[in-house]
Design a protein around this ligand. Structure first.
Ligand code: AR6
Length: 174
């Protein structure tokens, strides 16, 4: 198992699966979600609509993950997961951890070898980056499905500040 860090745009990644920090509607939004739908094209939204009409009439619950085509992206699949909105009054870490765990389960079920993750919940959903990085890295390390196809989890951090935080936490845990 290989955990790697890259600074950049997740939609530029050539990987088997790109994880999307979506919302439960699966109908798109800003941040990573907006970028993925813009670059991936309408095929992704079409599959999301089908999922809403079939498996998820009430939306994809927080902490769960589901795959669609990656459309025009340089990937085979987009794995949509819904991170929790950060709350100072309530510990929702288990839901954030669940996003990484469930995304890896979906990736393994597809036979994906390389998977790109954004810093889920650390944007619009306001999760503090350091804590988001700790949860992301420790969960991926612990939750790697045994005998899984997945060989690389690549964290794609949008700016140098986020990259530096992930680098520091990864170094601490090595
Ligand atoms: N590539 C990599 N990372 C990115 C990119 C990109 N193209 N764009 C933003 N980031 P966010 P969330 C970083 O807001 O907090 C959407 O509206 C960003 O700087 O994308 O889980 C959804 O529809 C931040 O560090 O996701 C939901 O409603 C991290 O990715 C809601 O936002 C996550 O930021 C989800 O919010």
């Amino acid at each position: 198992m290989n955990i790697s860090l890259v600074q950049g745009d997740i939609t530029d990644q050539r990987v088997d699966a790109i994880v999307n920090a979506a919302n439960s509607s699966l109908m798109g939004g800003g941040g990573v979600d907006g970028a993925i739908h813009r670059r991936g094209g309408p095929e992704i939204l079409a599959e999301c609509r089908e999922l809403r009409a079939s498996r998820y009439p009430d939306g994809l619950p927080t902490g769960q993950a589901v795959a669609t085509t990656a459309g025009a992206l340089q990937a085979r699949w987009v794995i949509h997961t819904v991170g929790p909105v950060y709350s100072r009054g309530e510990d929702r870490s288990h839901l954030l951890a669940s996003c990484y765990r469930e995304s890896l389960v979906v990736a393994a079920s597809l036979g994906a070898v390389t998977v790109a993750f954004p810093a889920i919940s650390a944007g619009v959903y306001r999760w503090p980056m350091r804590d988001a990085a700790r949860i992301a890295l420790s969960t991926v390390r612990q939750a790697w499905p045994a005998g899984s196809s997945v060989a690389e989890a690549r964290f794609v951090l949008f700016d140098s500040a986020a990259y530096a935080v992930f680098e520091e936490i990864l170094a601490e845990s090595r």
